[in-house]
Write a protein that binds this ligand. Structure first.
Ligand SMILES: Cc1cc2nc3c(=O)[nH]c(=O)nc-3n(C[C@H](O)[C@H](O)[C@H](O)COP(=O)(O)OP(=O)(O)OC[C@H]3O[C@@H](n4cnc5c(N)ncnc54)[C@H](O)[C@@H]3O)c2cc1C
Length: 441
């Protein structure tokens, strides 16, 4: 029996584990494409929204494209718009400054995720908070999910529990985990030692000094900086410096990303590199709270599902080139909803086509392309190569960024499967009974 819209499913057909962007996007896409299935969804989340989440909060245009398609306007969430993004290597680099729009919209994740969770609730779906998943056991005709608040059974489970989540380990115990390392700090907006800032100016710092006053005069307009100076030292990534806000007060978010594609490489400590970069700009890492979190990145050969269980977002794997994952998590949600819709429609919960469908989608193509670039660009870590790359290959880098880094979500997610049929889907046994009844009739 299909429950009424305002009924909370006691035995949900679809359990989503984790209420981050991936889990919430899966729910929102189910509500959009398969409203009857959405009534049979339950989301389990270990924290309580608004919950802290370590993240710089840079939303690229693809995230906004997906949200707009869901009828959601993210500009209602507190944010700072970065009007430009500057990519740098030892003072060489380029700035992307779109004429008509911001290049990044920077939100705080506690606020953004709580807003998204509110949208899910307003569509009639329940998020049960304070429930930690302990184990996920797929069986032939159902999945058992053990939590600290009891045991749940469902037809389908979506593992959207992030980079440190448990679902992936339970369903794919032997799979290797590919994880990037990140550190992040929040600082006040202005340097503590402006004199140091001026005396130690390199070309890059000087350039930055030129753009900083504009941001200071209007804290809602800023520049997001990405600095790849650490690549020759073996760090497969960059440091960042984003304008942000904390409860309405201007602030900056600094961090360092190391894709860690080659964990065996001899690398300097991330903290040291970040501290040096911040000091060059007059900020003292020693006076702020440093936090770290891994990112599980996408590998084209990694499995993404087993029968009845799908992975989405960081749990499945995100971008290894830049560690960008919010738009990807939203994109995974669209794809996961489509797979679930098709599964109920065809009464086939093998999810055998999920990886193939991902590979063919804009999301899959961009994840694969970024994985390839990361392997090439970070491997060629010689200073002279990086210097040439940033100095002379600028147009190529911009073209590649335009083709492979942005705009993948424009392709959209057409619901190829007939939602109306999926609505009739019911559980497998219900469907069989229904069909048997019709035949007899
Ligand atoms: C330092 C840092 C900076 C970043 N900066 C950016 C950026 O600027 N832009 C960008 O696009 N991406 C950025 N990312 C990546 C981005 O944060 C992730 O890709 C994104 O959060 C993935 O979303 P998700 O929904 O898959 O996972 P998450 O956001 O991690 O959500 C998973 C949810 O599952 C819950 N959960 C986990 N385990 C359990 C359990 N056992 N039981 C129940 N619930 C559980 C968690 O509480 C959480 O709410 C950054 C990441 C880091 C670490």
């Amino acid at each position: 029996m299909v429950p009424m819209p305002d009924q909370i499913p006691s035995k949900p057909d679809i359990l989503i584990l984790g209420a981050g962007p991936a889990g919430l996007s899966t729910a929102l896409h189910l509500a959009r494409g398969y409203p009857a299935l959405a009534k049979r969804v339950l989301i389990l989340e270990k924290a309580h929204h608004p919950r802290p989440k370590l993240c710089a909060g840079g939303l690229v245009i693809d995230a906004e494209t997906i949200l707009q398609r869901l009828g959601l306007d993210v500009s209602t969430v507190p944010h700072v718009d970065a009007s430009a993004a500057h990519y740098d290597f030892e003072g060489r680099g380029f700035t992307i400054r779109p004429r008509k729009q911001h290049v990044l919209r920077i939100i705080r994740r506690d606020e953004f995720d709580a807003w998204l969770a509110g949208k899910v609730r307003s569509r009639g779906m329940e998020i049960r908070e304070g429930v930690t998943v302990k184990n996920v056991q797929p069986h032939e005709d159902h999945v058992i999910v053990e939590t600290d608040a009891g045991t749940f059974s469902a037809q389908v489970v979506v593992g959207a529990d992030g980079s440190n989540g448990i679902t992936r380990h339970c369903i794919l115990p032997g799979e290797p985990a590919h994880t990037a390392r990140l550190l992040e700090v929040i600082t006040p907006e202005n340097p503590v030692t402006p004199a140091l800032h001026r005396t130690q100016c390199g070309a890059s710092v000087a350039r930055r000094a030129g753009v900083l006053p504009a941001r200071r005069s209007n804290p809602r307009i800023g520049v997001a900086f990405f600095d790849f100076f650490c690549v020759p030292a073996g760090i497969e990534g960059y440091t960042w410096d984003f304008p942000t806000q904390i409860k309405g007060s201007p602030a900056r978010c600094w961090g360092i990303y190391d894709a860690n594609l080659h964990p065996g490489w001899n690398k300097p400590p991330l903290k040291k590199i970040l501290a040096e970069e911040m000091a060059r700009h007059g900020f003292d890492l020693g006076t702020v709270e440093l936090k770290g979190h891994p990112i599980h990145w996408f590998h084209p050969r990694a499995a993404l599902s087993v029968p009845r269980v799908l992975l989405a977002g960081d749990a499945a794997g995100t971008d290894s080139l830049l560690g960008e994952g919010i738009s990807m998590a939203l994109g995974y949600g669209a794809l996961a909803a489509q797979e679930i819709g098709a599964a109920f429609e065809h009464v086939d919960f093998s999810f055998s086509g999920y990886k193939r469908h991902l590979a063919r989608s804009g999301l899959g193509r961009v994840l694969t392309a970024r994985w390839l670039f990361a392997r090439v660009v970070y491997r060629l870590k010689w200073r002279w190569f990086q210097f040439l790359l940033w100095r002379f290959l600028k147009p190529v880098v911009i073209l590649v960024a335009w083709l492979f880094v942005l705009n993948w979500a424009r392709e959209g997610n057409s619901f190829k499967h007939n939602p109306a049929r999926a609505l009739r889907g019911g559980t497998q046994s219900q469907r069989r009974k229904e069909e048997g009844g019709k035949k007899q009739g």
